[in-house]
Design a protein around this ligand. Structure first.
Ligand code: SF4
Length: 161
């Protein structure tokens, strides 16, 4: 079988909503329409590990970027970013096309354009990147890998097209 040599890179919970903090899962498992598009088009799917799962486990409460912005969590994100950038570098060297990296809007870790912060104990959605996205963009830049980043807002209903 000939390889398509085309990849999409997904932040973890787009394939596994079980990884989300308590109360935040929007689907029972994967986001079906993302998987279906990849299957139809013959794209490979690269799944980025979930940093919050590594830091606080699967039973964690939802927190904000303000809460997660501590050295230990940054270290975990940096490690994941270096690992992912290393893998993508190998694919790029072998002539694979990294079509896009897809993050999760609003996430303190994986938000691309929007993230949640806390000011005076009040949570708010603001423009900005999550911590893993910041670290991954830096790691990819260091390796000279140019990748387009998209953020999606996951809903309970399947999106059309
Ligand atoms: S940290 Fe990222 S991958 Fe993990 S549940 Fe949150 S948005 Fe999904």
């Amino acid at each position: 079988m000939r390889r398509s040599k085309q990849l999409i890179v997904l932040h973890h919970c787009l394939l596994n909503q079980n990884a989300r903090a308590k109360g935040l899962a929007k689907r029972s498992g994967a986001i079906e329409e993302i998987v279906e598009e990849a299957l139809q088009k013959g794209w490979g799917i690269y799944q980025i590990p979930c940093p919050e799962l590594r830091f606080l486990g699967a039973d964690r409460q939802p927190l904000t970027k303000t809460d997660y912005n501590v050295p230990e969590f940054r270290r975990i994100c940096r490690e994941i970013a270096l690992e992912v950038a290393g893998d993508l570098e190998e694919f790029a060297k072998a002539g694979y096309e990294i079509l896009k990296i897809v993050g999760v809007e609003g996430s303190p870790s994986c938000g691309v354009n929007y993230t949640h912060i806390k000011i005076d104990e009040e949570e708010m959605l603001v423009r900005g990147e999550g911590i893993l996205v910041e670290e991954l963009k830096r790691a990819l830049l260091d390796k000279g890998i140019c990748a387009r980043y998209y953020g999606i807002k996951i809903s309970k209903e399947r999106s059309k097209g």
